[in-house]
Write a protein that binds this ligand. Structure first.
Ligand code: RVP
Length: 502
């Protein structure tokens, strides 16, 4: 007879924290959100820790090099999506590792034949008014000129006019050579001397390498929690699959990836064990690889024994995920997390090896992150949350006066990520497990992350905790009834803006 779990499976929205005593030391400024990213032995330090418990999802619509840099600046880690060619993924990793504060890769590129109409569309989508005109329209193609809003007048020009007719051509630009200008202070001197808004930096073949914007000059002080390696380069992760790891892993390591993660919708499988074994045997135990996703203690044990460096929890809870509806597998995220964390603690007691747990997917409100951390997650993986920000790779669109960003699942036809879902043989996506959607645009990552973290720190103080391990130990959680959820929102009042009065 089938096995039945005793408890129904619950989601984060069904839980609340009950405050505990907080001393006068419990103020948000004293709270540390430092957390391990990879496993470690009792008494030793993990090889990689994060300064905030956030990672961005291994998804086309979420984690590219730009997202990775922005998140590392705040103290977290992005896992660059693996559903692209090995070369493309390695190039993204390399761009993060080679990033120098203030030296940005161009992400609004046009060809000389791009029309004014197309330029205005691009401006609408990216909000970037400075566009590099390269021979082939790529970020590192031969630089032929620059277009900014000062170069055209929409009211006086036909939308068919091509960029080459009105761009500022290369011979009129102030630019710098990559071998001569290598520091931000050199670039800034040129920007100030020549009253520029942007300084293009080119290599000896006139190919665009970087752009340095006047407004982008920032000091490290602005990024107090930034996550860097011993060479002061940003830490970055990369997604892999259980098919092409023999070629993908060495390319990612060569590009500088600090940590890898097997990206799969369901991780309690022999494929993951084989992948972990191959990587550790061929590239060494020092190569850190996360695995998942699982939703119970048994799945955790399997991956722990297979050598996973961290383990991800969650099936079917993602905002764009329809796995539960299409296949009938999964488990309420809160229950899954609690179960797996219990097993993690047991495993630690038995072996002295602590394996960090990542709660992946299903975070709707900021307080859900706090609950997941209280339930035992060492860190979170977030897709929808990050997809709403300027730094996500997708287009920004305006509908009825409101801005949205695109967000699609790795199991959608759009992503074509069969390697994440195919259980062997088919080598294609037989049916969709994800949707293609929009999310409300929310602005820059930095502002949003700082607000979210402020809420987490504040709640931790309400529970008398100054660190994540202390929070896990002290947290008191209660399930809430459907009617008390109603009581938790504003209720029995008419909101002022709904009544339409000043
Ligand atoms: P969310 O943060 O709720 O948007 O969930 C993101 C997570 O959803 C990802 O980290 C991944 O585990 C899962 N995912 C990604 N694509 C799909 C799908 O198409 N079903 N699911």
């Amino acid at each position: 007879m089938a096995f039945y779990f005793k408890e129904p499976s619950h989601t984060f929205g069904e839980y609340l924290l009950v405050p505990g005593y907080s001393s006068d030391k419990c103020i948000p400024n004293n709270v540390s959100l430092k957390t391990p990213l990879v496993k470690f032995k009792k008494g030793e330090e993990p090889k990689i820790s994060m300064n905030i418990p956030m990672t961005s999802a291994i998804m086309q619509a979420v984690s590219n090099d730009k997202m990775a840099i922005a998140l590392a600046q705040e103290g977290g880690v992005s896992f660059i999506y693996g559903s692209q060619t090995i070369e493309e993924e390695a190039a993204m990793v390399a761009r993060v590792k080679n990033y120098k504060s203030g030296f940005v890769s161009s992400d609004s590129n046009i060809k000389p034949t791009t029309t004014l109409g197309e330029i205005l569309d691009l401006l609408q989508r990216t909000s970037h008014s400075t566009m590099a005109v390269t021979e082939d329209g790529t970020p590192d193609g031969k630089l032929l000129g620059i277009v900014t809003s000062r170069d055209y007048r929409v009211s006086r020009m036909s939308l068919d006019t091509q960029a080459q007719e009105f761009m500022t051509p290369f011979d009129k630009l102030v630019y710098a050579k990559a071998e001569e200008v290598t520091t931000i202070s050199q670039a800034n001197d040129l920007i100030w001397e020549n009253k520029l808004n942007m300084l293009p930096i080119v290599d000896k073949n006139q190919h665009l390498r970087y752009m340095v914007f006047r407004k982008d000059y920032t000091s490290d002080k602005e990024h107090e929690l930034q996550l860097i390696d011993k060479n002061k380069r940003y830490i970055v992760g990369a997604g892999i699959n259980t098919r092409d790891y023999a070629e993908r892993v060495p390319a990612l390591l060569k590009a500088g990836a600090d940590v890898l993660c097997i990206d799969s919708s369901e991780g309690f499988s022999e494929w993951q064990r084989i992948t972990l074994k191959y990587i550790h045997e061929n590239f060494g135990e020092d190569v850190k690889v996360g695995a998942g996703n699982v939703v119970d203690g048994e799945g955790f044990r399997f991956l722990a024994e297979a050598g996973a460096d961290f383990i991800k929890v969650g099936i079917g809870g993602g905002s764009i995920c329809i796995t539960r509806e299409t296949k009938g597998i999964g488990r309420g995220q809160a229950t899954a997390l609690i179960d797996v964390c219990r097993e993690r603690d047991k495993y630690y007691e038995e072996t002295g090896i602590y394996i960090p747990i990542c709660s992946d997917g299903g975070i709707v409100h900021d307080y859900h992150m706090t609950l997941a951390l209280a339930m035992g997650a060492d860190f979170l993986m977030l897709g929808r949350y990050f997809s709403r920000f300027d730094e996500s790779p997708t287009d920004k669109v305006k509908v009825n006066g409101t801005y949205y960003k695109e967000y699609w699942g790795e199991g959608s036809n759009r992503a074509r990520n069969w390697m994440r879902y195919d259980l062997g043989g088919a080598r294609k996506l037989s049916f969709e497990e994800g949707v293609d959607s929009y999310v409300p645009y929310a602005g820059p990552l930095k502002d949003n992350v700082q607000t979210t973290l402020a809420k987490i720190r504040s709640t931790m103080c309400n529970c008398g905790s100054l660190s994540l391990p202390e929070f896990r130990d002290k947290a008191k959680l209660t399930l809430v009834s459907a009617t008390s959820i109603v009581e938790g929102g504003s209720h029995d009042v008419i909101l002022r803006d709904r009544l339409g009065r000043e």
